[in-house]
Ligand binder design. Sequence first.
Ligand code: WT7
Length: 590
Amino acid sequence: MSGTTTAGETHYPTIEKPPMHDVAVKPNMMDYDEMAQTYAWEKTEQELRLPRANGYNKATICIDDHPPEVMQRPALVWEATDGKKEVYTFNDLKRETSKAAHMFKNMGLQKGDRVFVFLERIPELYIIVFGALKAQALVGPLFAAFGPEAIKDRIQDCEARFVITSPSLKHRVDSILAECPSVEKVIIVDRKDEYTDYQPNEVSYFEQTRNVPDTFDVPYTDKDDYSIIHYTSGTTGKPKGAVHRHYAVISQAATAKYVLDLHPESDIYWCTADPGWVTGTSYGMFGPWAWGTTSVVYEGPFKADVWYRVIQDHKVTVWYTAPTAIRMLMKAGDDIVKNYDLSSLRHLLSVGEPLNPEAVVWGQKVLGHVFHDTWWQTETGAMHICNYPCMPVKPGSMGRPHPGVTVGILDEQYNPLPAGEEGHLALKPTAPSFFRTYWKKEEMYQSKIKNGWYITGDRASMDTDGYYWFFGRSDDVINTAGHLVGPFEVESALIEHPAVAEAGVIGKPDPERLEIVKAFVSLKNGYTPSDALKEDIRKFVRNLLAAHAYPREIEFIDSLPKTRSGKIMRRLLKARDLGLPEGDTSTLED
Ligand code: WT7
């Protein structure tokens, strides 16, 4: 179980909200209880005028088909790491995404083909995802920090036909391409016009989109047609691809309206998540754009003063971020906040890991607004348990189920438990955004459904007011700074290092990142433990997987505790590491 700081109810007092009729921007949801009783997803479907003539294509809904006055509104306000700015209206995006769609069709893309987008957070990332959706691809955005192994696993699993990348990221794709025979073409987005050495399997994105029409007739797209795939880590095996359909936009739009509380005519919204993760697509693209909201994208990495400056310069009103970032802002100190005008902010939200009650309250004290926690997963495709502007906040609680969503706390036989008891956090798999399957692993999808409930892998409880409280994971999956890391993936990468005989990986509680990846490593004969070797192993895994997935801590041990059937007992490693009772060791090998 992860080392969460919010195990169950806390003694922080409930933060009441002012009467909703008095607040300057009236929330889209005025009364939670009333809406929870009356709401049905069809309401949002109707509001979005669905189905459109061509069905449910997300690109039609989010980009092409807004009323004329909305089409002229900035959709994407982009700031590069070097401070350069570009603005794209919905009309601009309509044209650019159409050109990208033509490029794919000209290359022979068929409906359902997998397209992987491995780019920095640049406008073309957004344009190409929607262009591929117009052409009816199943799109897999890849986090720019991924190493070759992480990229290869995903491309191979999905048999991707096209990969889009940039000159600076390309070498990581090149190194694994020989093992990925499905890839027909690598499309290179060369913003700086610096790449000249095109190989036979490579084409230039700007070249391919130069002489194509800037309108595109999006073919009929069914609600169940696949749209996006995001890989997520489990306890065993390689990451698995959670497949989402175009219909997911209903939940994404509903939650953008009622939880993000977007008012598209007046809000400037900033989602800090990268589209390589589900938050960056569901809420960096689909939810906000379904309503025509202006969205800020900052290309660069986290830095406290830069982030405050981005809020100030772009006059951000609604801000969706993550606990690790909030903790780092808290650490940067309250004084630097005074150097910026953050008065545009009106609604703050968080996702990805437990949000410490201290952070909720800090938001109120220093930024003038509490952080609203939201809970969901790659698999749920949209927020499922949330705090709302109209609802009192209990600091440390994830909030209450979104209207339309059914949540349960279940016992070990997967039967519902009463309020106050801790158990499996489970959901009815019914939201429009609920994932359809794990790519080529339908049996794993089925195995997560018990008694008609989807078992999330988290443990939680509900209090008598219907608020949910997170306890931790019920499996070995590590949550480091909001990124899930499967111990098995890291162990597999570790044993590829020439010195490593065996490896066991756990999540170790950490004040800033919630958990860090810690590896226990036994060495092959002939290798001696040293700090230099530790560093070498760390670097090795970092290059192979990604910066967030490498073990920040390595401990050499003579042999790993294993079950008689040879499974590494991570639970025992963790208990020993934390000095906790070892529990049942009856399956331990002699
Ligand atoms: C897991 C899902 C979809 C958002 C990005 C993460 C943990 C997520 C919270 C929260 C406590 C949370 C859970 C969950 N998690 N939000 N508000 N409080 N834990 O998506 O990578 O699929 O991770 O993140 O353990 O199961 P993901």
